[in-house]
Design a protein around this ligand. Structure first.
Ligand SMILES: NC(=O)c1ccc[n+]([C@@H]2O[C@H](COP(=O)([O-])OP(=O)(O)OC[C@H]3O[C@@H](n4cnc5c(N)ncnc54)[C@H](OP(=O)(O)O)[C@@H]3O)[C@@H](O)[C@H]2O)c1
Length: 273
């Protein structure tokens, strides 16, 4: 495993396991499969309904809580709701703390929501805090009005939308860039069929999905592919045995057509910041 180091000194595995659209009742079983394969970073969210399945999988694994890195995301707006939401999340998760909690999407009350996250850090309920789906203007506003700098911004990032503008901004501000939908969700099949991706897969004797994930991690971008297929869960984790050349990484930048899988939220469009 490779790790990134946050601006608060904490570390996060560069590759984890996503749980968006995992049926809540199937979460424990699938997360246990992922843990068995070696994943230690798990991405959940209040809105996914998977916090409790992630927590029970960790307990059932018998592996020390401190060996895991678990991210959750707020679904709440404002200080009071978020404060309560964090406690409710911890109850569902059944553990004492989250390694990372991020604001899932910006709202008119993001600053107050963030203040509740800061307080939870001071209370030992969360180790690190950050943002998701925030453009650079919105991240700047949080930085200007807070005492704990966000450590990460989790944004849609894949072959077809590489987020070069946001990535440069985040790098300059020492904030980690994390990708959601690294395999392009519904566009995944189309990306994996691209002849350039197929040729690289052949050259390195790996799958097209492994090329798409390595393309991100080789650029220092954290990612959390989701799968309910055991062969995919396994191969998505096995991406550190090869390294593409700088020229190959550069050659894949031509696929960046800024194509979003769902155009949500529209504030992430480059002309909005
Ligand atoms: N912050 C946010 O707003 C936000 C938004 C979306 C997602 N996320 C997070 O990011 C995680 C990843 O994004 P995502 O789940 O939307 O999309 P994704 O990981 O890009 O794609 C998931 C899809 O790819 C397929 N797949 C996975 N591995 C594959 C492989 N090796 N070969 C072929 N197909 C493969 C899966 O099907 P199989 O089950 O058949 O493998 C599934 O249909 C989420 O689970 C969630 O934790 C965050």
């Amino acid at each position: 495993m490779e790790y990134v180091t946050f601006n608060d000194g904490n570390k996060m595995p560069i590759l984890g396991y996503g749980t968006f659209q995992t049926p809540p009742l199937e979460t424990e079983e699938n997360v246990l499969k992922a843990i068995d394969i070696g994943y230690r970073s798990i991405d959940t969210a209040q809105v996914y309904g998977t916090e409790s399945g992630v927590g029970s999988a960790i307990t059932k694994s018998g592996i020390d809580r401190s060996d895991f890195f678990v991210t959750s995301k707020t679904q709440t707006q404002g200080y009071e709701d978020t404060k309560k939401g964090i406690d409710d999340s911890l109850k569902r998760f059944g553990q004492d703390y989250f390694d990372l909690m991020i604001i899932h999407w910006p709202t008119s009350e993001s600053l107050e929501t963030y203040r509740a996250l800061e307080e939870a850090v001071k209370a030992g309920k969360i180790k690190s805090i950050g943002l998701s789906n925030f453009n650079s203007k919105q991240v700047d506003e949080v930085i200007r009005n807070s005492s704990i700098k966000p450590v990460i911004d989790q944004i849609e990032t894949h072959l077809y939308w590489q987020q070069q503008k946001m990535s440069a901004y985040l790098k300059a501000n020492n904030i980690v860039h994390e990708s959601w939908a690294p395999l392009g969700e519904n566009y995944g099949g189309e990306m994996m069929k691209q002849p350039d991706i197929q040729n690289l897969a052949k050259k390195y004797n790996v799958s097209p999905a492994q090329i798409l994930l390595r393309f991100l991690t080789q650029q220092g971008i954290v990612t959390i592919p989701k799968s309910l297929n055991i062969d995919h869960i396994k191969s998505n984790f096995d991406i550190f045995g090869f390294k593409m050349t700088d020229e190959e990484i550069k050659s894949l930048q031509k696929f960046d057509t800024h194509k979003s899988i769902k155009d949500w939220p529209v504030s992430m469009r480059e002309n909005a910041y």
